[in-house]
Design a protein around this ligand. Structure first.
Ligand code: SAM
Length: 272
């Protein structure tokens, strides 16, 4: 891929989404843009470049960003964070929010939905009393329209359900449709999907008791990572928790946030 084309697309994508694609990623960028170019009826990424340089519509920009996101995910990813939610975080919040009877979760880069649906399954399995008599909300968001479309549909391949989802949950919460598996309407109804770009100011979002922001900060430059982290801390309720991916670290620890080790999970709690 020509350096000029690589620089054009990577600068564009970094400006819009924070995703920082450095030298060495040429092959990945070229492949994904070739795929997008063909889907749009162009010959290859070079023709797409000419089009984008000539007239970059909002729609095309969104599709370019979408093509360059990495949507790797699976059900109950890493397991321990879900254990921490089940054994520590949700029971603690249940006690602390007993007057309010409200718990709000945000899966802040939900990709194709496996993360928020894992959370919905966990709530259904272990906290059905909350679902019956509390206001429990799960917001799930991503920048990628195509990932969100799949998440909203809630239909997964055999390979996808084989990744992380215990078979007992598969038969209980999914229905087989041909060679695919469709999540139950009940679970789907627990999750609200929305397109949210984490690098933009989070306005009119409300606030959250638990934020899962897993395996997305790794794609950002240090300054963008800092900005997103500060945005997340701002919308976290006192007593609430942020969970990152197990290989991720926050760029800073503000004075009102404490690091907590719950079982095998490191998370961040806002002081009361
Ligand atoms: C590797 S996936 C992680 C999915 C899930 N959180 C997990 O841990 O399995 C990263 C997700 O971050 C999303 N993403 C990247 N930049 C984003 C941004 N600026 N705002 C919102 N989502 C973003 C991508 O579209 C992708 O779906």
């Amino acid at each position: 891929m020509k350096a000029e084309i690589f620089n054009f697309f990577t600068l564009l994508v970094e400006k819009v989404s924070g995703i920082s694609l450095k030298t060495g990623k040429e092959y990945l960028v070229e492949n994904r843009l070739n795929e997008l170019a063909r889907a749009l009826g162009y010959r290859d990424h070079e023709e797409l470049y000419q089009v984008a340089r000539g007239r970059l519509t909002r729609d095309l920009l969104d599709q370019i960003v979408d093509a360059l996101t990495t949507n790797e995910t699976y059900f109950f990813r890493d397991q321990h964070p879900f254990e921490a939610l089940r054994k520590h975080i949700i029971p603690e919040l249940k006690e602390k929010r007993a007057d309010l009877k409200k718990m709000v979760f945000w899966s802040a880069a939900c990709s194709t939905g496996q993360e928020p649906y894992s959370l919905a399954i966990l709530l259904k399995e272990y906290f059905s009393d909350l679902l019956r008599s509390w206001r429990v909300e799960i917001l799930a968001s991503d920048i990628s329209e195509s990932a969100l479309k799949k998440a909203r549909e809630g239909i997964y391949t055999q390979i996808e359900v084989n990744r992380g989802l215990p078979v007992t949950f598969l038969v209980k919460y999914f229905q087989q449709v041909g060679s695919h598996w469709k999540i139950s309407e009940e679970l789907k109804g627990l999750v609200k999907f929305r397109k949210i770009n984490l690098v933009e100011p989070l306005q009119g979002m409300g606030s959250f008791d638990v934020i899962l922001c897993r395996y997305v900060l790794i794609y950002f430059s240090p300054s963008m990572k800092k900005r997103v982290w500060e945005n997340l801390c701002r919308v976290l309720n006192p007593g609430g928790y942020i969970l990152l991916g197990s290989t991720e670290f926050p760029p800073s620890l503000p004075p009102d946030l404490e690091k907590k080790v719950l079982g095998k999970t490191v998370c961040f709690r806002k002081k009361d």
